[in-house]
Design a protein around this ligand. Sequence first.
Ligand SMILES: Nc1ncnc2c1ncn2[C@@H]1O[C@H](COP(=O)(O)OP(=O)(O)O)[C@@H](O)[C@H]1O
Ligand SMILES: [Mg+2]
Length: 362
Amino acid sequence: MIIKSLELMDFRNYEALNIQFGSGINILYGDNAQGKTNILEAIFLSATTKSHRGTKDKDIIRFGAEEGHIRLHLLNSENVESRIDIHIRKSKTKGIAIDGVKLKKATELLGKLNVVLFSPEDLDIIKGGPGERRRFTDMELCQLDDFYIYNLNNYNKIVNQRNNLLKDLYFNPSLKETIGIWDSQLVSYGSKVIERRQSFVDQLNDVIGPVHEKLSGGRESLRIIYDPNVSIENFEKELSASTDKDIKSKMTNVGPHRDDFIFMIGDLDVRRFGSQGQQRTAALSLKLAEIDIVKKLANDTPVLLLDDVLSELDTGRQNFLLDSIGDVQTIVTCTGLEEFVNGRLKIDKVFEISNGTLVDSK
Ligand SMILES: Nc1ncnc2c1ncn2[C@@H]1O[C@H](COP(=O)(O)OP(=O)(O)O)[C@@H](O)[C@H]1O
Ligand SMILES: [Mg+2]
């Protein structure tokens, strides 16, 4: 899959931008705060309907403007071209169209464009909190699996409604009987989330082992263990046993919204006992495994977006990352061009970005 061009209007600090990408490695360079990440954000949004920074729509629109637009042309592996249009509005939901046909639901966009985004925060995914690791899993699965989005959205809705009820119970204890209505739905959607997360971890383990072995020079073997808060078998029982605790704490304490994922190098829990180098290498392996998984599940190569990560890695890991890119279209941001021109990178196109404008391209 290749992104041919991206047009922005009143998106972040771009009043108007039109950029034509090459099919290989593309470099966006410029000083800090000029708008490089904003371009990757627009691409990420075109793939997932959401900003990877978690920004609300109204804050993505250029300051002072009423609405923003993204237009992206892509070419899939069968050489079929298509166009994604996104219309960002202040108080209404986004309007999205594929080839001029308006989508009924934003989620219909998922799968049209597949990207793997790698930003410096991802290097902390192992040492961060469980929420970070769930976010990674959910973002990936939501790009790849419509059923997962459906089940996860419903599950999250029900957790919220159940939590609201738990708060209301404080003032109105007679509502306690109604909690069972939420519990059965929570277990039903939640079990599907647990099941898919388990199979995702199995799929990841099929590819991450060899990737990490290479990355660590054959010294280490990496494996991910899914650590669900509760098993499907015990979900109903543990949830109902937790009712009194839930009422006291005014929140739902049992369910996959509390899941975690454990990264093991041999017998070592990398989050708790690994060195920073091991944690970062494991994170890099995870990202590289993600490319493989998208290739398999989506039957197409994803577009790789590297946001300022190369400067965070040592030369050995940089080289490994760049060597493993292969035939994947890649868009890299950086502040200095020199770090790339050491002859080890076949660069397709270079764009200089300054203050929300494309000042030079070659
Ligand atoms: N809604 C917005 N309207 C206008 N400018 C914005 C908006 N949101 C962010 N910016 C500007 O975008 C710039 C940051 O862009 P970014 O892509 O993160 O920079 P970098 O080149 O460092 O990756 C900042 O100058 C910020 O003020
Ligand atoms: Mg940036």
